[in-house]
Design a protein around this ligand. Structure first.
Ligand code: THU
Length: 132
């Protein structure tokens, strides 16, 4: 798990930038690209609640906006408050299926708990471009 220490540290730092005045639930994410860079994202809420952007989407959209693509991504982390492991919501899973490779490590963390998974495990039988 030590290889993810820096990744998790960046994800926890990202939580500080969450804009979450409605839920007060701060989530942080970090995407590590293969060039060794760490890209942070946080949840950004809206008074029209459905327009909220989750932390993992904030981080991944930013990475894609910089020009990186699936093959450039080494791993990502998602961390949150509380005692239960945070796992991506359904909407985010659909985004992760599109923007990550199936086996790219996704590190989920909260407090002492850490779980390394990937989008294949989180969203089996997903609808993808292969189905079009
Ligand atoms: N949230 C995330 O940012 N990522 C997740 O994986 C789960 C939920 C955010 C959305 C909302 O701002 C707050 O957490 C409460 O649902």
């Amino acid at each position: 798990m030590e290889k993810y220490t820096e990744l998790l540290k960046n994800a926890y730092e990202a939580m500080d930038n969450a804009y979450a005045p409605y839920s007060n639930f701060h989530v942080g994410a970090c995407v590590k690209t293969k060039d060794g860079k760490y890209h942070k994202g946080a949840n950004i809420e809206n008074a029209s609640y459905g327009l909220t952007n989750c932390a993992e989407r904030s981080a991944l959209f930013h990475v894609y906006s910089l020009g990186y693509r699936q093959d450039d991504i080494e791993c990502m982390a998602i961390v949150g408050q509380g005692n239960t492991l945070i796992t991506p919501c359904g909407a985010c899973r659909q985004v992760l299926v599109e923007l990550l490779k199936r086996d790219t490590p996704i590190v989920l963390g909260t407090g002492e708990k850490v779980l390394v998974t990937n989008i294949e495990e989180l969203m089996p039988m997903a609808f993808t471009s292969d189905d079009l």
